[in-house]
Design a protein around this ligand. Structure first.
Ligand code: SF4
Ligand code: F3S
Ligand code: FES
Length: 253
């Protein structure tokens, strides 16, 4: 089959290309099982070597090739041509982060929010006397199993209208990462994380719009995880774990 790609281009260093513009490329002999990532490679290698995109594993593991494909956030390596309705593919960078060049965005604001929630295991207590690892029941492990699957691709955060409107919102990906540790019975920093997420740019910026959940290539129930964190904060205010003065349930200013 023949396929037409319409790609959002931008190159800040070249006069005439330093404002975003669309460019079309035609590809012949495309197989329905070809992935969009392979076809972008074909364009880059056969037609225009300046086309810039980010990718690494090509197998849905590294999370580096999230982009907007026909208006929906996807990993380019996980979209087959047979899954696309028709023979036209529009590709643009994910929204809400500064574009560096073509399909490559600056991920630093995204990772800044990730760092805010302390995305690492905290437990300074002595290791168990028997020298074994800190044990956990299967039921306790199941509480955060879903959120361990996150590959930090940013597809959720950059599909969220609340994040588009205010880039200071930590965003669903950071909340998913916080959830993974808040509900880990071996961790001891839930209080700190919940206090971060109770602040004006934390979970209460989420208006339950639900764009994030279908955007997740790992099938994580993102909105559900956010809801569980909101509940934990509300419970925390009754137990004193969360500083009630930081709670902004109403529209933050
Ligand atoms: Fe990507 Fe899903 Fe993690 Fe969001 S929650 S960053 S969409 S893997
Ligand atoms: Fe945004 Fe998802 Fe909440 S799309 S508003 S983070 S439910
Ligand atoms: Fe690694 Fe697509 S290139 S997830």
């Amino acid at each position: 089959m023949d396929v037409t790609f319409r790609i959002r281009r931008y190159n800040p260093d070249i006069p005439g290309k330093n404002k975003p513009y669309w460019q079309e490329f035609r590809l012949a002999d495309v197989d329905p099982n070809d992935r969009v990532l392979e076809l972008l490679h074909r364009i880059k290698w056969e037609q225009d070597g300046t086309l810039t995109l980010r990718r690494s594993c090509a197998h849905g593991v590294c999370g580096s090739d999230a982009m907007r494909i026909n208006g929906v956030n996807k990993l380019a390596c996980k979209v087959l041509m047979r899954d696309i309705n028709g023979s036209k593919v529009q590709v643009e960078p994910i929204l809400g982060l500064p574009v560096i060049k073509d399909l490559v965005v600056d991920m630093e604001p995204f990772f800044g929010h990730y760092r805010e929630v302390m995305p690492f295991f905290v437990n300074d207590e002595p290791v168990p006397a028997n020298g074994r690892e800190r044990l956990q029941s299967p039921d306790d492990r199941a509480q955060y199993d879903d959120t361990t699957k996150c590959i930090l691709c940013a597809a959720c955060t950059t599909s969220c209208p609340s994040f588009w409107a205010n880039g200071k919102y930590v965003g669903p990906a950071a909340i998913v990462q916080a959830h993974r540790f808040i509900f880990d019975t071996r961790d001891r920093a839930a209080k700190e994380r919940l206090n971060v997420l109770a602040e004006p740019n934390g979970v209460w910026r989420c208006r339950t719009i639900f764009n994030c959940t279908p955007a997740c290539p790992r099938g994580i129930e993102v909105t559900r995880a956010i809801g569980e964190v909101k509940l934990a904060i509300q419970r925390g205010t009754t137990t004193g774990i969360v500083d009630i003065s930081t709670i902004h349930i109403k529209e933050p200013t």
